[in-house]
Each structure stands twice: as C-alpha cells, then as structure tokens.
Design a protein around this ligand. Structure first.
Ligand code: 5RP
Length: 234
C-alpha cells in the first residue's frame, strides 16, 4: 500500500479536520503532536512557506522529517513556494503523504502532479482566492486533492472569504468522488458548516484549534458542525 492509497482512504472518514501546523507551538513540537493525537485528528496539515511565493517563512523538509519521527499521522503538505519542482524530492523523502502545489506557482501542473503520484504520494493542487476555477480545470484528473484557499495564503488568523463557497460548489460538481476537496483559511465553528454544505471534505483549521485551551474539544466541535451541515445538505 502506497502513502497515496492510505491518504486517499481517509476520505471514507470525512469530514476530516486537519490542524494547520503553522499555528502550533514550535518550541514544544513533540507535546503539540501528542495533544493532537489525543484529540483524535486524522491528519496534520503542514504549511510550507518560502518568503517568496507568500510574504512569510515557516519550515521546510528538515522539520517535517523530524516531525515524521514523532507520529504516524498522515502529513498533508501544502507547498506555498515558488519552483516546487526544485524541492519536491526533499518533501517526498521527508515523509509527506500528500503534497499540494499552487497553480499560481506552476501554471502547467500536470507533469509535476504526475511526478508526485509516481512517487506514491497523493497529489494536490491549490488555488488562491483571486484565481478562477477554470485555471485548474484541465488538471483536475491529475489531482487527488484540490485545495480552495479561503484567505490569501501566508498567515493564520485571517477572516474567511465567502467567495470560496462558490468555488467549492463548482469544484464539487467537476471532480471525481475519489478526490478530496479541501478548504483552508478562517475555518472555525461559524464558517465550517457552509463549506461542508458547499462540498468540502477536508478542513484545514489553525486558529480555531491552536487558540483553544482544549484541542480535542475544538476539533470535535468542528467535526460535529461539518458532519451536521454535510448531512443536512444531502
Ligand atoms: O495556509 C494557511 C495560511 O496560508 C493556513 O493553513 C491557514 O491560514 C490556517 O490558519 P487559520 O485557520 O488561522 O486561518
């Protein structure tokens, strides 16, 4: 079984709440991972920023490799970087289970998505708030995951942009049922329901988990809100 197959199997347990490891306490990574495992989250979302594609820097493959030694939770890596093809092998070797690149960084992404799949890793494509869905349409068959940004990428703690809802609705009618539709930015108890109704299955949550005193309670609240909204829209 490849990492890609295991990652895609997660879809069966949707809604999936993915803590965004941009907002964690980097001085206590081991403790943070333990707390997230006790919170029963199904995966971790790793925000990789290069200070060039986005105006912020986070962490790279060395930190991810060390994190990999701390947990068996699947890693959903979101590369907010220019020239991802240059660094791809490092993220594969670091133990990522899915790797998402940005259409704004790779306007012709099919070959790179295929390279990710050939490495046995799930391939994802993200689009920024200002990018229309048509830009990624030709590449959708090469995607295991599609990530709709509901804030401008770069920082946690921003306000959810409702324009993401139309994109989620449009994409859910375009992708296969085996593709994970993901949303990232400003996801909390008040916003997750509308994104679940619009078709999202994987919800990246930073502030709404890491600013809470009890990660388990926060993740459960998000899971329940997404489940209720998803079943109400059936
Ligand atoms: O990719 C990101 C920012 O580029 C983060 O994943 C995202 O913003 C999560 O943080 P929050 O839930 O606080 O919005």
């Amino acid at each position: 079984m490849t990492r890609r197959t295991t990652f895609l199997n997660l879809l069966k347990s949707a809604p999936l709440i993915a803590p965004s490891m941009l907002k964690c306490d980097f001085g206590n990574l081991h403790r943070e991972v333990e707390l997230l495992e006790s919170a029963n989250v199904p995966l971790l979302h790793l925000d990789v920023m290069d200070g060039h594609f986005v105006p912020n820097l986070s962490y790279g493959p060395m930190v991810i490799k060390r994190l990999r030694e701390l947990t068996e939770l699947p890693f959903d890596a979101h590369l907010m970087i220019s020239d991802p093809e240059r660094y791809l092998d490092d993220y594969i070797a670091a133990g990522c289970d899915s790797i998402t690149i940005h259409i704004e960084a790779v306007p012709e992404p099919v070959a790179l998505l295929q390279r990710i799949r050939d490495a046995g890793v799930a391939a994802g494509l993200a689009l920024n708030p200002g990018t229309p869905v048509e830009k990624i349409a030709p590449a959708l068959e090469s995607c295991d995951l599609v990530l709709v940004m509901s804030v401008e990428p770069g920082f946690g703690g921003q306000k959810f942009m409702p324009s993401a809802l139309d994109k989620l609705r449009e994409l859910s009618s375009m992708i296969s049922t085996e593709t994970l539709l993901s949303v990232d930015g400003g996801i909390g108890p008040d916003t997750i329901g509308s994104t679940a109704q619009a078709g999202a299955k994987l919800f990246v949550a930073g502030s709404s988990i890491f600013d809470a005193s009890d990660y388990r309670e926060a993740a459960t609240q998000l899971f329940d809100a997404a489940s209720q909204a998803a079943s109400a829209s059936l």
